[in-house]
Write a protein that binds this ligand. Structure first.
Ligand code: ADP
Ligand code: MG
Length: 718
């Protein structure tokens, strides 16, 4: 267990302004705020592992603060050095330096290559990456296309940024060239470069792998066969000042939002870690990408140093106080660094071993420089293949997730359609009677309902069958085993139910050596050829998944069209049903009004035939009876239709009875008319033609207008 090493560096003043109230004084390892007369201001005095004044060079900072961490990284310990402070306080100057006084990164790279040359009994493999966190998005500074990268965690690799380009390097110049190209990319496409550079964090990362040179025996996992893997992070953080100058008059706000979320979370993490009593409390590493990436460096398995840069000007006194407070909290954090030795294939050195040996054999006799170049080229090619494969795996996983989502959407859609279909069928059952509408879809209706389910229902299982066939298809691209260890941030968090490693247990657990599998003597570590093959396979799988995706999208679009058509048909059918349901009632009303007219006319005619005994009077009486019977029959029929009786089924006898009664009444009336005609032929001859003529006219006219009204109403409603 060791404390994080914390130093404060005061940069030279860059303003001409002479302090009128206070100034910062540096004494040995302390820094305190003093009044201009020299009296210290109580409560504002701090001491740290180191306090560097304005005259201190980067060389001295490196020597006192970072050198040990860099050397430890070569020996297999994780290491992190980061610069924290407000904008323009000297973070970038400390990390990158100038041509006359190189910064920590340059010195560290130099030192590492220098040191590994002095270690003759170990073989080293170093790879570097360079990333930027800007607005909570991780961008690769080596490749502009690699933007918005995700953090993943796997059992073997721990926390890593998926898809981040890594370059294997052999010497300082290569690293410096890469860094330079990274700096160019950092500003790429940005209009406000200054604002961005002060709001983004950059992480330069070196992964150092090494193994004993004599450990060549396969299948024998002796301690010398273990590979040490350490990660060194050199971090230039975004400006830590609060949004201070706001509003008219540039009022300084003591409180305010931090410039970016990750610095605020970093502050929280440091606070929690420094609060010894609550060390077992939840540490919010996952609240920002920065803290998640730096998790091992903060309260974990790493040697860490923080350099807090401050500006001496009086105008920055509030920010400087904030930085010193942050630094004093960070000082209380303890880490537990241990040498990371592994036996698994997680070590690149191990995975590349066979191929490199093969190449060495082939190039035996070549000039040493050619050999080294060839080896480096091969190594980088292999690393690229691996990274490409990882990327494809991630893409494949993403495709699978989307595919599942689409499938679920289609199932939902299908259920909706089935619900609609059953709704239509229910409508059929309740309102089919009385409809005489003919439809081309009638042939699809095997129950003889008037309201038909659309044609596709004739084979209701066609689509379902297809789907189930589809779902029975074998999963043709099972995930590679190693991939199952990988989970994205959220999944991982959910899987662990927010579990955060117990820091104490981290401190006491000894370094574990994990048995590599499959053993090297049985199956050789992945070869270049295998890599290519695997890459091809993954590509094929990806293509298949994309094809599948397109097919599903097409089907989905078809379903939506079908759904729309169904909805249209359903609306039409509902309107028709409404119209048909109202039809008997309208007819009834029409018959009732015809009956009224008829009775009215007849009563008038009867009153005009005064004696009531003439044949005309009898004829009218008979006609009245016939009319009343006819109308009653009609009314009875309509009433039955309205009550939902089916005239074609069990109620035939009722109708036959009515018809019989009607014909009997007619017969008897006609007979009585014939009889009375013989008795009073003269009267009849004088009156009958006029009355019968009137009767016919009124009757027909009355009925006709009743029907016309009914039909007109029907048309308007439609
Ligand atoms: P930051 O990265 O914190 O925003 P910089 O490192 O860019 O700040 O520093 C701002 C300016 O101050 C730069 O011009 C830099 O050269 C200068 N500077 C910072 N620290 C020092 C130092 N210790 N010695 C000399 N110049 C410095
Ligand atoms: Mg800077």
């Amino acid at each position: 267990m060791e404390k994080i090493c914390v130093a404060v560096r005061v940069r030279p003043s860059i303003s001409e302004e002479i302090s009128s109230g206070t100034y910062w004084r540096v004494d040995d390892n302390g820094i305190s705020l003093h009044k201009i007369q020299g009296t210290p201001i109580s409560g504002i005095s701090y001491s740290f592992d180191h306090v560097f004044d304005e005259s201190c060079s980067n060389a001295k900072v490196y020597e006192l603060l970072t050198k040990d961490i860099i050397h430890a990284a070569v020996d297999g310990f994780n290491g992190t050095a980061f610069a924290y402070g407000q904008t323009s306080s000297g973070k970038t100057f400390t990390m990158n330096g100038s041509s006359t006084d190189p910064g920590i990164i340059h010195r560290a790279v130099n030192d590492i290559f220098h040191k590994i040359q002095t270690i003759s009994d170990r073989e080293f493999l170093i790879r570097v990456s360079y990333m930027e966190i800007y607005n909570e998005e991780i961008n690769d500074l080596f490749t502009v296309e690699n933007q918005k990268l995700q953090i993943h965690e796997s059992l073997e690799r721990g926390i890593f940024v998926a898809g981040l380009r890594e370059e294997i390097v052999n010497n300082v110049e290569q690293v410096m060239n890469l860094l330079q190209s990274g700096e160019v990319n950092r500003h790429f496409g940005e209009t406000n470069m200054n604002a961005r550079s002060s709001r983004s964090h950059t992480i330069f990362r070196m992964v150092i792998e090494s193994k004993g040179k004599d450990a060549s025996s396969f299948g024998d996992y002796s301690s010398s066969d273990a590979i040490r893997v350490s990660v060194l992070n050199l971090v230039d953080l975004a400006g830590s000042e609060r949004i201070a100058k706001t509003g008219a008059g540039g009022v300084r706000l003591k409180e305010g939002k931090y410039i970016n979320k990750s610095l605020m979370v970093l502050g929280n993490v440091i606070n929690k870690l420094s609060d010894g009593a609550k060390q077992r409390a939840h540490i919010p590493y996952r609240d920002s990408k920065l803290t998640r990436i730096l998790q091992p460096a903060l309260g974990g398995n790493a040697k860490t140093s923080i350099i807090c840069t401050v500006a001496p000007e009086e105008v920055h006194v509030e920010e400087t106080k904030g930085t010193l407070l942050f630094a004093s909290r960070a000082k209380r954090i303890t880490n537990c660094a241990q040498v990371n030795e592994i036996l698994t294939d997680a070590a690149l050195l191990k995975r590349q071993k066979l191929e490199i040996e093969e190449l060495r054999r082939k190039l035996q006799g070549s000039h040493a420089e050619v050999l080294e170049q060839e080896i480096l080229k091969l190594r980088n090619d292999m690393l690229k293949y691996e990274l490409e494969r990882d990327k494809l795996e991630m893409e494949l996983e993403e495709e699978r997730r989307l595919h599942k989502e689409r499938e679920q959407r289609i199932i939902d859609q299908q259920m909706k359609i089935e619900n609609l279909s059953s709704l239509v069928s229910d409508g059929d059952r309740s309102s089919s009677q009385g409809s005489t509408k003919e439809s081309p879809k009638e042939e699809c209706n095997d129950r003889g309902d008037d309201f038909k389910t659309p044609c596709f229902k004739a084979a209701p299982n066609a689509f379902v069958a297809k789907r189930s066939n589809y779902s029975e298809l074998p999963d043709f691209s099972p995930l590679p085993d190693s991939f199952s260890n990988v989970a994205d941030e959220d999944t991982w968090f959910k899987m662990n139910k927010g579990y955060i490693a117990d820091l104490d247990s981290l401190q006491t657990t000894p370094a574990r050596k994990v048995q590599s599998f499959p053993p090297q003597d049985v199956t050789p570590v992945c070869s270049n050829k295998n890599d290519k093959q695997e890459l091809q396979n993954l590509k094929r799988q990806l293509e298949l998944v994309i094809e599948e995706k397109n097919e599903i999208q097409r089907k989905h679009a078809e379903q939506i069209q079908l759904n729309d058509r169904l909805m249209g048909e359903l609306t039409e059918l509902k309107q028709e049903a409404l119209f048909v349901r109202k039809m008997p009632q309208r007819l009834c009303e029409s018959v009732a009004s015809c009956k009224d007219i008829y009775e009215d006319v007849l009563s008038k005619m009867q009153s005009s035939a005064s004696d009531g005994k003439s044949s005309t009077a009898k004829f009218l009486l008979g006609t009245s009876e016939i009319g009343t019977t006819l109308f009653s029959t009609l009314e009875a029929h309509f009433a039955m239709a309205m009550n939902g009786h089916n005239s074609s089924s069990g109620n035939d006898s009722l109708f036959q009875e009515c018809n019989k009664m009607l014909s009997e009444t007619l017969k008897s009336t006609i007979t009585s008319l014939i009889l009375s005609e013989t008795a009073g032929a003269e009267d009849d001859q004088a009156n009958a033609p006029l009355c019968s003529c009137n009767f016919k006219f009124l009757n027909v006219e009355g009925l006709h207008s009743g029907w016309r009204n009914c039909l007109l109403e029907g048309e308007t409603e439609q």
